[in-house]
Design a protein around this ligand. Structure first.
Ligand SMILES: C[S@@+](CC[C@H](N)C(=O)[O-])C[C@H]1O[C@@H](n2cnc3c(N)ncnc32)[C@H](O)[C@@H]1O
Length: 430
């Protein structure tokens, strides 16, 4: 085994050795190593640190489940309706892929037990992740994925964490951005595209893209769709993530692409620094999500924003429920403020509310063809009617407190002027 150089981490040294032997690597291979290398990748090393998680106040970014348990409760109400639409089968498996610490699964399961007694005996919840938390008994690895279930496959912010290839337009031609190592630094190098599929996705837009335009292509979606199809025999796929349909994703105005790095709640620009120590994400190509699932026999049901989806289910009813409890003296106003802020953040049009909730189905009669609609997609009588809102507990209240300061990314920003807004984070402008 080569002795690691003192100025490079073991992971960096391995990448350097590989590049020296075989030449520049694709960005996808680089991102795979930076995020998922078993020893030094971002997710495995964060998950091994006790009391440390990539998500939430101690981590590098927030997600909806970390913001408020109302997210899991509203998703639970949608799952209950899916189950009823399918004729209330005796077994309904919810399989979550990329479950992280498993918060969404526990929030859904808890809410179903408390509020949905008819659904409760039918539902089983299976959480899996490529990198399950160390010693977790609630999140299993990919080998725990079942095959051929009736139910729903769900993911939240899984697809934006899959490694992507990067491209650049040079001299009007489509080129790929690789990762090289020169003069003691990881640098970008440009060459011919490594996979025909990259050109297949970008070529239709090439004429409209300006010189030096950069973007990403997620070739891993096909593998994800394969495993969704193997897992789900009949039911729904609910895919929650940030992204666009392809014509919007590859708009000329997005000249720098959508790659983002997160380190301790700050937004970084350089994926080639802090290798294995920062998160890297790219916006999801929802056209590719549709195509890869439709090839596997799924039908597209809809793709509302998270704000529309949660509003259709009845998030306002939860907000009213909390206010009513304050008015009735069942809850202190100061406690309620944390809950109202946490719930509100889920539909913030400048933040989590801009995520998409893509729903697909297989073997289920869909709306307009004798099947029943899904309220989260099409609206209708609120599913939250008659159900109470979950509230934060001592361990989750800190998250809402940070959100209430209106900026979850304020922690490591010493100067107020440097705090990035949600708008900056998710900005669609250059
Ligand atoms: C951004 S985190 C989201 C975690 C969680 N869903 C949440 O909302 O907090 C992405 C997760 O996807 C997992 N992941 C990445 N690739 C995966 C794959 N191929 N199969 C399963 N999980 C994967 C990562 O380990 C990570 O836990």
């Amino acid at each position: 085994m080569p002795t690691p150089s003192p100025i490079h981490t073991e992971l960096e040294q391995r990448l350097i050795d590989h590049i020296a032997q075989y030449g520049p690597i694709t960005f996808e291979a680089f991102m795979e190593a930076a995020l998922y290398d078993e020893q030094h990748g971002y997710y495995p090393s964060r998950r091994r640190l006790s009391r440390s998680t990539p998500v939430g106040t101690d981590g590098d970014y927030f997600t909806s489940p970390a913001s408020h348990p109302a997210f899991g409760a509203l998703v639970a109400l949608q799952l209950d309706e899916m189950w009823r639409n399918m004729g209330s089968p005796g077994e309904f498996a919810v399989v979550e892929m990329g479950a992280g610490g498993g918060t969404l699964g526990s929030d859904i399961s808890e809410y179903v037990q408390q509020e949905l007694p008819q659904f409760a005996p039918a539902i089983s919840y299976i959480s899996t992740d490529l990198v399950p938390p160390a010693g977790s008994d609630r999140v299993g690895d990919g080998s725990k994925l079942p095959i051929g279930v009736t139910g729903c496959v769900i993911s939240n912010e899984l697809l934006d964490a899959l490694p992507v290839n990067r491209f650049i337009v040079q001299g009007g031609e489509l080129k790929e951005i690789f990762v090289d190592f020169k003069n003691e630094k990881f640098i970008e190098s440009v060459g011919d595209v490594s996979e025909g599929e990259i050109a297949g996705r970008v070529d239709p837009f090439l004429d409209s893209l300006p010189e030096s335009y950069r973007g990403e292509v997620n070739l891993k979606l096909g593998y994800w769709a394969d495993s969704v199809a193997a897992t789900l025999e009949r039911g729904y796929v609910m895919t929650i993530d940030y992204g666009f349909d392809r014509p919007e994703l590859y708009k000329p105005v997005r000249i720098d692409g959508s790659l983002r790095c997160y380190y301790q709640h700050t937004l970084g620009q350089n994926p080639l620094s802090r290798i294995g120590k920062q998160d890297i994400t790219a916006h999801v190509d929802f056209t590719a999500v549709d195509h890869t699932l439709m090839v596997m026999g799924f039908s597209r049901i809809g793709k509302p924003s998270q704000q529309e989806f949660l509003s259709n289910i009845g998030i306002d009813g939860f907000l009213r429920d909390i206010s009513d409890r304050v008015a009735a003296g069942e809850m202190r106003r100061s406690e309620s403020e944390e809950d109202l802020a946490g719930i509100g953040s889920l539909i913030n049009p400048e933040g989590l509310g801009r995520f998409r909730v893509a729903v697909h189905s297989k073997g289920v009669e869909v709306d307009g063809e004798g099947g029943r609609q899904l309220t989260g997609i099409s609206g209708g009588a609120l599913l939250s009617e008659g159900h109470s809102a979950p509230t934060l507990n001592a361990s989750t209240v800190d998250h809402a407190r940070l959100l209430r300061s209106s900026n979850p990314f304020s922690q490591s920003r010493p100067h107020p002027g440097e705090i990035p807004t949600w708008e900056e984070l998710f900005s669609d402008e250059p």
